[in-house]
Design a protein around this ligand. Structure first.
Ligand SMILES: NC(=O)c1ccc[n+]([C@@H]2O[C@H](COP(=O)([O-])OP(=O)(O)OC[C@H]3O[C@@H](n4cnc5c(N)ncnc54)[C@H](OP(=O)(O)O)[C@@H]3O)[C@@H](O)[C@H]2O)c1
Length: 307
């Protein structure tokens, strides 16, 4: 079995070793060395010439959960299944990150930090938990994991997805017609949607205005789902109390971007859920074995849907 491996640049050695352990029967070529024929390609944001030089016969594995970059490649071979990572150690990390952001907003730690800078001893009245809905945009692998992580704290939970969900303790909203009522009850809005033609710029002025006053936005999905100027305007007129941002339209975030020094924005450099090489290699190897046996695998991307 032939595999072409094109992992993130700084993870080449780790990927090669993990894959060799997980699939000792495979012959692994590392991009840019590439045989013209291969059974599987394991790629992360591949250069355009990769699919001009190599056409994988059996499947293309995306070494991350988000596939928007891969699907946008004109040279992506048609008729070959594209398989994405599902959880592979990311769900726990996402649960930790979002729980931290939700509790920080609920317990108003940023307001207390501002008071501390002013030497102000002033307890704030506690916000009723029943009025502190946590809305999760996108209720797939990671959205569900986040709901599970936040659930023990007792906030009302709601989800928004393309199709209706049944999940105990989570009120489900589905489709464009239910977006507004979903937003109206989300004091914290957590974005875990894929970046697709339908979701890009979804969080614009109209959507942000539909959130309750004092809401907090947590974007851990993709930067292009948020309209930056509209988010800044909503923060500046105090409609939003804060935003926690892990993903951006341009990454690294350009040094002059107003997000860097905004007093109501907390940002991190796309670290909310990182690919764990060992876990991811085991998942990919398991799926390759299933495909070799002619068995179905999960995580096949629907190219028309965009995720
Ligand atoms: N920041 C990071 O470090 C990091 C790490 C990993 C992933 N991510 C991002 O997180 C995203 C989600 O990952 P995942 O594994 O949870 O994906 P997933 O399992 O495919 O879930 C996607 C969810 O979004 C919903 N959705 C898609 N298009 C929609 C639309 N137009 N309207 C309403 N709902 C829509 C889907 O609805 P249905 O269930 O009805 O299909 C599904 O519930 C990835 O695409 C990636 O961009 C970020």
């Amino acid at each position: 079995m032939q595999i072409l491996l094109q992992p993130p640049r700084d993870e080449g050695d780790a990927w090669r070793a993990a894959l060799a352990r997980a699939l000792p029967e495979a012959t692994i070529a590392m991009w840019p060395d590439a045989p013209s024929k291969t059974d599987y390609a394991l790629v992360w944001k591949p250069p355009a010439e990769l699919f001009a030089r190599v056409r994988p016969a059996k499947a293309i594995f995306n070494l991350g959960a988000g596939v928007e970059v891969l699907l946008a490649m004109p040279a992506l071979p048609a008729g070959v299944p594209v398989v994405r990572l599902e959880d592979a150690g990311m769900a726990t990390q996402m649960g930790e990150y979002v729980t931290l952001a939700v509790l920080r907003a609920y317990r108003e730690l940023d307001a207390y930090a501002a008071q501390q800078r002013e030497g102000l001893w002033q307890p704030r009245s506690r916000i009723a938990k029943s009025a502190f809905g946590v809305g999760i945009l996108g209720f797939g692998v990671l959205g569900r994991a986040v709901a599970g992580a936040v659930a023990p704290f007792g906030f009302p939970l709601r989800s928004w997805s393309r199709t209706r969900k049944r999940s105990p303790g989570v009120e489900s909203f589905a489709g464009p017609a239910e977006l507004r009522p979903f937003l109206a009850g989300s004091r914290v809005l957590v974005c875990l949607l894929p970046s697709t033609p339908q979701t890009r710029a979804l969080l614009d002025r109209t959507a942000l205005d539909a959130l309750p006053r004092g809401a907090h936005v947590v974007n851990v999905a993709r930067g292009d789902i948020v309209v930056d100027e509209d988010l800044l305007a909503a923060l500046d007129r105090s409609h939003l109390a804060g935003a926690t941002l892990d993903v951006f339209r341009a990454e690294p975030l350009p040094s002059g971007h107003p997000f860097w020094h905004h007093p109501r924005i907390t940002l991190t450099p796309h670290v909310s859920a990182m690919t764990l090489v060992e876990d991811a290699a085991l998942q990919v190897a398991g799926k390759i074995r299933r495909l070799e046996r002619g068995e179905p695998v999960t995580g096949i991307v629907d190219r028309a849907r965009g995720y």
